[in-house]
Write a protein that binds this ligand. Structure first.
Ligand code: NDP
Length: 284
């Protein structure tokens, strides 16, 4: 049976690290602040917001919430971001996406100052990830995958990693972050031929497609590490990943569960980025 790579111990480790860093900031008179920007009342956004609020409050990170009506214009959303850019008490910003309606989302993302873009949504932050530079922050989910791999001591140097999914939020940035760590990366997508055999040949497989339990035993081989990033609901309304966990767990070496895997670490990484943004703001 595979080792279960649970998110909880990773979350606890991050909370422990952040506790002392937030304490050091407080000694310098800096209260770490996180701005949340939500447009409308999408259930997904509200659920993520509840988790983020709970995590921030448990760590002592101050929240500043901005909520705009569904139907807010491009100018109104960009003005809200401008307000966050000018608010010295907000060190980082989480904007819930996708934005509703026909908003030019990338233009909105690019309005956010790079130093406050703790979820890697701006072109500048993404460019930094692609150029192996450290001036911005990587998208939190991609960074959470890296934290999971490091926490559980999965070797990356020279490992063959197959990433399934090529979005700018997960697939592409994690591919770049893995390359930077000297993994050999194959990036797959919906047009990839012989996907199952490509996945079987990997040392590590990262699934980020948003297709409920799409990957079964034919896609995996013994000894592999599997990170399941998907957050999906099956036909019965149960939360599940992209991997058919029950069928795949007996085959592979290690696997993240859904729920309780990568998703739970993502919010902690967001908090870690907020703290780092606060530290950078005072030159720590
Ligand atoms: P996108 O829809 O933007 O991208 C999905 C990717 O999967 C695309 O590149 C697509 O290929 C590929 N894909 C779709 N179907 C298949 C298939 N049958 N075979 C191979 N590849 C396929 O999704 P996101 O990247 O935004 O999110 C992916 C998943 O991650 C979702 O379940 C989402 O809920 C979850 N998520 C989890 C987070 C966490 O913290 N754990 C945070 C954010 C998202 P193509 O490009 O060819 O269309």
């Amino acid at each position: 049976m595979a080792e279960r790579l649970a998110g909880k111990p990773v979350v606890e480790k991050i909370a422990e690290e952040l506790g002392s860093r937030i304490g050091s900031l407080a000694e310098r008179g800096v209260e770490c602040g996180l701005a949340l920007l939500r447009i409308g009342e999408r259930p997904d956004d509200l659920s993520y917001e509840r988790t983020a609020v709970k995590r921030a409050e448990s760590l002592g990170i101050k929240l500043r919430r901005t909520v705009l009506e569904d139907g807010a214009s491009q100018d109104e959303i960009e003005a809200a971001i401008d307000g966050i850019n000018r608010d010295a008490s907000a060190h980082g910003c989480l904007m819930f996406r996708p934005l509703p309606g026909d908003i030019d989302e990338q233009a909105v993302c690019d309005t956010l100052k790079t130093e406050k873009d703790i979820d890697g949504i701006s072109s500048a932050a993404l460019a930094a990830v692609f150029m192996d530079r450290d001036f911005g922050f990587a998208p939190c989910t991609a960074a959470a995958c890296m934290r999971m791999l490091d926490f559980y001591g999965i070797p990356l140097e020279g490992a063959h990693v197959v990433v399934v999914g090529r979005s700018l939020v997960i697939g592409k940035p994690i591919a770049m972050m893995l390359l930077r760590r000297n993994a050999t990366v194959t990036l797959c997508h919906s047009r990839t031929k012989d996907l199952a055999s490509t996945m079987r040949a990997a040392d590590i497989v990262v699934c980020a497609t948003g297709r409920a339990r799409m990957f079964g035993p034919d896609c995996f081989s013994p000894g592999q590490t599997v990170l399941d990033v998907g957050i999906n609901f099956d036909d019965d309304g149960n939360l599940c990943g992209d991997v058919d966990f029950d069928a795949v767990e007996p085959i592979v070496g290690a696997i993240t569960p859904v729920p309780g895997g990568v998703g739970s670490v993502t919010t902690s990484v967001l908090m870690a980025h907020a703290v780092e943004a606060a530290e950078r703001s005072v030159g720590v």
